[in-house]
Design a protein around this ligand. Structure first.
Ligand code: ADP
Ligand code: ZN
Length: 529
């Protein structure tokens, strides 16, 4: 067994330098490592790229025996093992992709004490033979990677993670370290509970990325808005533009290229060779813009990405954080820019309603979307709201759009009542319409449709002429974000009231709204006149 303990008893920092070639630990790596080396449990919450792996790799080398790493990322195991081999660390894995020969080879090495690290797919622990194997060898520690997979609330739930509490029951003396990058306060608590990490020390790294400037603007003509942003602030910079659909990825890449901005498309529908060629050009060349679906970005480590732009609304705050987090890894000022509009909300709701999952799954997706909408519509500091989502308190940052030019908010109770009344009036006639038509009615427009349907007779016809069309669309969006108005995704995107709408109509609940900032395109159009 002595072979597995080459570094047993050595100081962690020596192992960091000799094996991994780094000079010092970062953030709270050292503390987490000390806890595990000393036999204690740890829960580590660190953003992607924060350096979670070392938190279990170093203790695995320092403690006698093999560090057993439970990870759902089966596809990455071979790469991880290869990378460790380059450093002289002896690692192996057990998962379903292996043939019998490879598996028994790994098992033999483990039992002979010749492995520093053993990666394990969670479903392996359902197999009694695996438990038996671990019993016969020496386990230095259990690392539970991507620990948020235990959360039924999260977006990555894996049923096999629920039974990981067996580790503690079966091996009460083996220290455990759970690690994740996606941890809201609720997930955090849930991880600790479900994995029975009651006495674990918690190490929470800051999720703040101070060099990233967060900006969320109302969507008007998104491609023109994007070109405007790139020309005025990011001329010649490398960046990523995220779009929801493959079609929109290609159209946007073409548009940018036509505007003289070098851009490449990336989505899962492209030929594998084209994809990897575009990816390596983006990494290698300067000043390229990658227009991509969210398929792009995992494991991409390009330090000088100066902006991440979203032309469509991300599905969750976690997704938004991960995607924008690809900007500014070098610590230099970078922009996270998102254009979002009413159609995004409608589209996302439709995606949720038509998704395959059960009701609970749809409720979760819906809650994720609501949190994202709240971030879009906040009149407070974006960063405060973003960090609060990850359970971190902070003060106004001075480096986001709402800090830099605080949006005016106003008492929107009356406009809200007008809009909701219009929906009620139509409903009383047994009719439901989409936002465009309802706004036409409020503005008193005699469009052919309004006239034909006799909607000029409605008492609400023309009562909203104090606001412009753009402002009304903003009211609709914000009422949706506040849960005061809903859209039916029945194919017609019709508006309907929610349970909370009644209180507004009865004057029992005031509504605060964010005044829309003037739009750059409109401003330019005016200046041109
Ligand atoms: P995570 O799993 O948290 O996303 P990784 O463990 O993959 O992050 O680490 C991200 C990168 O940072 C890796 O290239 C890793 O080698 C490097 N890294 C981690 N800790 C340190 C350190 N103390 N000093 C220098 N580089 C580090
Ligand atoms: Zn701010």
């Amino acid at each position: 067994r002595a072979a597995a303990s080459r570094y047993a008893g050595r100081a962690p920092v020596d192992v960091l330098q000799e094996v991994f070639g780094y000079t010092a630990f970062r953030g709270n790596q050292a503390e987490a490592i000390d806890t595990v080396v000393g036999g204690g449990d740890a829960l580590v919450l660190m953003p992607t790229g924060g350096g979670k792996s070392l938190c279990y790799q170093v203790p695995a080398l320092v403690r006698p025996g093999t560090g057993v790493v439970v990870s759902p990322l089966i596809a990455l195991m071979q790469d991880q093992v290869d990378a460790l081999a380059e450093l002289g660390v002896r690692a192996g894995y057990l998962n379903s992709t292996q043939d019998h020969h490879a598996r028994t080879g790994t098992e033999r090495a483990f039992l002979a004490g010749e492995l520093d690290l053993l990666y394990l797919a969670p479903e392996r622990l359902r197999v009694p033979a695996t438990m038996d194997l671990l019993d016969r060898g020496t386990v230095a520690l259990f690392a539970i990677d991507e620990a948020h997979c235990v959360s039924q609330w999260g977006h990555d739930f894996r049923p096999d993670y629920l039974q990981l509490s067996v580790l503690h029951e079966h091996w009460p003396d083996v220290p455990r370290i759970a690690l994740t990058a996606t941890a809201t306060r609720a997930t955090h608590t849930e991880i600790a509970e479900r994995l029975q990490l009651t006495d674990a020390n918690h190490y929470v790294a800051s999720f703040d990325r101070p060099n990233i400037q967060y900006r969320i603007v109302p969507k008007d003509n998104p491609r023109a808005q994007l070109v405007d942003l790139l020309r005025t602030e990011h001329d010649g910079d490398a960046g990523i533009v995220y779009c929801l659909s493959r079609k929109s990825v290609e159209a946007t890449a073409e548009h940018l290229t036509a505007q003289g901005i070098p851009a490449l498309p990336y989505h899962a529908g492209l030929d594998r060779r084209v994809r990897s060629e575009n990816q390596s050009r983006f990494l290698r060349e300067d000043g390229l813009v990658m227009v991509a679906t969210i398929a792009f970005g995992m494991g991409i480590d390009k330090p000088d990405v100066r902006f991440v732009a979203h032309l469509d609304l991300p599905k969750s705050v976690e997704g938004y954080y991960q995607e924008t987090g690809r900007a500014g890894r070098d610590g230099l000022p970078s922009t996270a820019w998102l254009a979002y509009g009413l159609a995004d909300v409608v589209q996302q709701r439709r995606l949720i309603d038509s998704s395959d999952g059960d009701a609970a799954h749809r409720r979760r997706m819906s809650a994720h979307l609501d949190a994202m909408l709240a971030l879009c519509e906040t009149v407070e500091c974006r960063r405060v709201q973003l960090l609060a989502y990850f359970g971190q308190d902070s003060g106004p940052c001075g480096n986001c759009d709402t800090c830099l030019s605080p949006p005016e908010s106003f008492d929107g109770t009356v406009p809200a009542q007008k809009l909701l009344s219009a929906v009620v009036r139509l409903d009383q006639r047994g009719q439901r319409y989409g936002a465009g038509h309802v706004v036409d009615i409020l503005l008193g427009r005699t469009t052919p449709r309004v006239t034909q349907l006799g909607h000029t007779d409605l008492t609400v016809f023309g009562i909203g002429q104090d606001l412009g069309e753009g402002e009304w669309r903003g009211v609709v969006r914000q009422l949706m974000a506040q849960g005061l108005l809903a859209v039916d995704t029945d194919g017609y995107n019709t508006l309907r009231l929610t349970e909370a709408s009644g209180a507004v109509l009865r004057g029992e609940r005031p509504v605060r709204l964010r005044r829309e900032a003037p739009r750059p395109t409109t401003r330019r159009a005016k200046a041109a006149k």
